[in-house]
Write a protein that binds this ligand. Sequence first.
Ligand code: ADP
Ligand code: PEP
Ligand code: CA
Ligand code: MN
Length: 666
Amino acid sequence: MASNGNGNASHDFEFASSHVPNGLSKINTKPGEPDMCKDDTSSTVKVSNLEQLHALQKKKASAPTTPRNATNPSTPKNLTPRAYLSEEERQKQQMQSVSASLASLTRQSGPQVIKGEPGRKKSPPKTVTAPRLDISDSALKFTHVLYNLSPSELYEQAIKFEKGSFITSSGALATLSGAKTGRSPKDKRVVKEETSKDDLWWGRGSPNIEMDEETFLVNRERAVDYLNSLEKVFVNDQFLNWDPQNRIKVRIISARAYHSLFMHNMCIRPTPEELEDFGTPDFTIYNAGQFPCNRYTHYMSSSTSIDLNLKRKEMVILGTQYAGEMKKGLFSLMHYLMPKRGILSLHSGCNMGKEGDVALFFGLSGTGKTTLSTDPNRQLIGDDEHCWSDNGVSNIEGGCYAKCIDLSKEKEPEIWNAIKFGTVLENVVFEEHYREVDYTDKSVTENTRAAYPIEYIPNVRLPCVGPHPKNIILLSCDAFGVLPPVSKLTHAQTMYHFISGYTALVAGTVEGVKEPTATFSACFGAAFIMLHPTKYATMLAEKMQRHGATAWLVNTGWSGGSYGVGSRMKLAYTRKIINAIHDGSLLGANYAQTPIFNLAVPTAVNGVPSEILQPQNAWSDKTQYDATLKKLAGLFQKNFEIYADYQVGGNSQLTQQILAAGPVLQ
Ligand SMILES: Nc1ncnc2c1ncn2[C@@H]1O[C@H](COP(=O)(O)OP(=O)(O)O)[C@@H](O)[C@H]1O
Ligand SMILES: C=C(OP(=O)(O)O)C(=O)O
Ligand SMILES: [Ca+2]
Ligand SMILES: [Mn+2]
């Protein structure tokens, strides 16, 4: 009957052959049809007003989840949806839990919260009301809770309400993180309290700068008051760790859609059933990043404070909107919780080959964990944070956080293609009309970032778990240009370099500064570790020995001279080196020892010019090379002094071997 695009003409209307006086043809409806003009022929919608029509557009939500394959080990067997609860009761419990999270500690109960956006006054709001014993202006107002919104909803929130939010030509959400475009490790504080203080690493070299319990509460109150003063807050209830036995439930309360979307991408996304049974989180982040801390508060040294309280299982963020702070805050938590269970937490990328061979990529920021674990020939398990338990490896996260300065489609196609709808693009610059991103532009920061769900990488391994690692790759971006592109490490050397955690980056964007600065960051992530580095090193040594893993040191930094003279190692060469590690060919190569560092360097690697394998060959000024090598060796030795008094494991022999495995200056 109808014309529905298949080429048949509609016979619903007939033009009368006779002309009416004004020149317009008269339209006659067919006999039997109701006397109304229809502009299409499909059945009409069953609504009586526009509002109802708009309501039809949105159907019952099913939360966007992290996809898992059929044999999903990350859904614990005892997870049965609470079928006995009515939808209304369930929602009420959910909001009661959020209200409790947002409660001031001086009140018995939480603030009045309403699920959903402000301004929808039509239906009576589902509120959770606190008994009004302590009547105050802030207790009288409602806070709207935007609970586990989808990427589409978060895009709308960001674009409507957050200045600096734009959709780029590839569909990503471009945002600005404000004044802080990187982490603020000097502003991190850890509460010294009786449940954890004896386990934690304090003092020289430690990232854990202490704070007392009272001061934490002052900052927590500041964050909670700020969040409650807003019309609406975002709440994400999500998981960490793909190992089902060691999954952690986290709640993130934030004020920006950008933060909510970032965490949606970075944490593991629960299924609707898992969300129904979420209950009370194991850990809560209060992100009040737009609001500064009070500098008159004890322990505060700037307007930024990132405070971790392991006893209360809470983290407070004030004065920084850099989203990586939340991700790495949770990583710190895992660096405390997991070793207590005999599980090693690792600042590493991880992927797996067709034979089930797993590789770990350790390294500080910018050394290549994300770039090199994203490999078209291998399945990606994760780019940044992992656990190594007796069952193998598991990713902690549900997403990746790639650096995108100078990103190119040719060199890193998988990451390039992952920057699409749903991806958060931090601090990038784009052309104002077409919104084409210019990845070379450092106007906002050099630390431009893309956060995307892990399944945006096509060859992802879901669930993100794997067997015990075969190769351990320590990445170092040596801007001095003296470390070889690749070397095979002995067991003791592995421990030495793991504890040292060396990289050297160029001093940054300051004009005229050409001298590289060495960074030593224990366990390739000193900013996130909670226990003494030797604790993690002992676990790594034990696991590597038990599972027969081989370790390699790979320099992704400079070759042919230091920064300013030499050039960055070609990514294509590094990839060839990594391939030779994966396929086992490098294990059987011939090796030569280097002076001072005593590293075993292969004489040939398929696809890599042999003259760059021994770094001194690539330098034109040999005396300069010798001097630079000695300088770096001295820096290593100086850094290691703080560990000389510690034992690795119960084994003083291993400790002696580790000390002897460092560079030797004649
Ligand atoms: N030889 C190389 N190996 C690895 N990365 C390289 C190399 N040369 C340049 N790069 C660039 O260095 C950066 C490494 O960053 P990324 O992989 O995100 O580091 P991480 O994940 O360790 O913080 C990327 O921008 C990458 O394109
Ligand atoms: C998010 C970060 O990690 P990485 O640079 O290691 O990817 C960071 O250091 O802020
Ligand atoms: Ca990374
Ligand atoms: Mn990282």
